[in-house]
Design a protein around this ligand. Structure first.
Ligand code: PAF
Length: 287
C-alpha cells in the first residue's frame, strides 16, 4: 500500500489559503466532510472523491450544532490518530480539523433551515438536527469552495437536505452520493456500530434483512401502498426483542413527501434503537 502524506490544517484561514494555492495550480477539488471515527463507508467516499478530482480534502469535525441536548455529542466516538492513519492509504491532500471555537466563535447566530425535506423522519425525531447539518456544510463549502462534495447515502435524508440547499441557494458545488457500505451480514457501516453489544450487533442485521424483504414484496406486487410497507417494516422489526423502533417510513424518494400508492421511486427509511444506540438504514426502490 502506498502511504500518502496529507497536510493537517486546523485554521479556517489556512484552509482557505491552501485551497487557493491548489486552485492556482489548476486543480479540481473534491471534498469529503466527516465527523471522524472513519470506517469503510467514509473511505469509499474518499476513494470516489479521488476518482473525480485531483485534490481531495477531508474534514473531521464533530459538529455540536447537529446534536440535540439529550443526544450523544459527548460520547460520539473520536480517534483522530486512527483516522489519519486510515487516510494515509488514500491520496488525500489535506485534512481539515478545525476547533469548534473557530467555526462557532462567540456571537455566532446564523443558521440554514431547509424546510420541507428536513421535516419528516430524522428531522421529526431529532429537532434542529438538519439545521445544524446544513449550517456546518454550507460553512465548510464557503471555506473550501470545492468543485465536488461527496456524501454517503446511508444518511439519505441528509443527502436530500444538502442537495436541496445547494440548489435553492445556488451554491456552486456538485453533490455526489455514494452507495451504502455494509458489513458481510448486511449491517450498514456506521461510527455508532462500535457501541453495540454482541447481542445488539447480531440483532441489528434485522434492519437490512427487513428492507430487502420489503423490496422483494414491493417488486412482486404484494405491497402496493406506503401504509402496507410501513406495517410490514414495523411488524418485522418489532419482532426482534432488542429493537426499539424510532420510525419506519415509505416516502417519495426525492422530496421525502408522504405518499399513498407506490407509483414512483420511493425510499424506505428506518431508525431503530438497540439499547441506547440509534441506527438508521434505508432502501431506495424504483417502482
Ligand atoms: O454525515 C456526517 O458525518 C455529518 O452530518 C456531516 C455531513 C459531516 C456534517 O457534520
Amino acid at each position: 500500500m502506498t502511504i500518502h502524506e496529507s497536510v493537517i490544517i486546523t485554521s479556517p484561514e489556512w484552509m482557505r489559503r491552501f485551497v487557493a494555492a491548489r486552485r492556482a495550480e489548476g486543480r479540481r477539488i473534491a471534498f469529503v466532510p466527516t465527523m471522524g471515527y472513519l470506517h469503510e463507508g467514509h473511505l469509499s467516499l474518499v476513494e470516489k472523491a479521488s476518482e473525480l478530482a485531483d485534490c481531495v480534502i477531508v474534514s473531521i469535525f464533530v459538529n455540536p450544532m447537529q446534536f440535540g441536548p439529550n443526544e450523544d455529542l459527548d460520547r460520539y466516538p473520536r480517534d483522530l490518530d486512527g483516522d489519519l492513519q486510515k487516510l494515509s492509504g488514500y491520496p488525500v491532500q489535506a485534512v481539515f480539523c478545525p476547533a469548534a471555537t473557530d467555526l462557532y466563535p462567540a456571537g455566532f447566530q446564523t443558521s440554514i433551515h431547509v424546510e420541507r425535506v428536513s421535516a419528516p423522519l430524522c428531522g421529526a425525531a431529532r429537532p434542529g438536527h438538519f439545521t445544524g447539518v446544513a449550517t456546518i456544510v454550507l460553512k465548510l463549502f464557503n471555506i473550501l469552495r470545492p468543485d465536488i462534495a461527496v456524501f454517503g447515502l446511508k444518511d439519505y435524508q441528509q443527502f436530500q437536505v444538502i442537495r436541496t440547499m445547494v440548489k435553492d441557494l445556488d451554491v456552486p458545488v456538485e453533490i455526489v452520493g455514494c452507495e451504502i457500505v455494509r458489513e458481510t451480514d448486511g449491517l450498514a457501516r456506521s461510527s455508532r456500530n462500535v457501541f453495540l453489544t454482541p447481542d445488539q450487533r447480531a440483532a441489528a442485521v434485522i434492519l437490512h434483512r427487513t428492507l430487502e424483504d420489503a423490496a422483494t414484496w414491493i417488486s412482486t406486487g404484494r405491497l402496493v401502498r406506503a401504509s402496507e410497507v410501513e406495517l410490514f417494516l414495523s411488524e418485522r422489526i418489532a419482532a426482534e426483542p432488542q429493537a426499539r423502533i424510532d420510525y419506519v417510513s415509505c416516502r417519495d424518494a426525492a422530496s421525502l413527501e408522504a405518499i399513498d400508492v407506490l407509483d414512483s421511486p420511493v425510499v424506505l427509511a428506518v431508525a431503530v434503537f438497540f439499547g441506547r444506540t440509534r441506527l438508521i438504514d434505508n432502501r431506495v426502490i424504483s417502482v
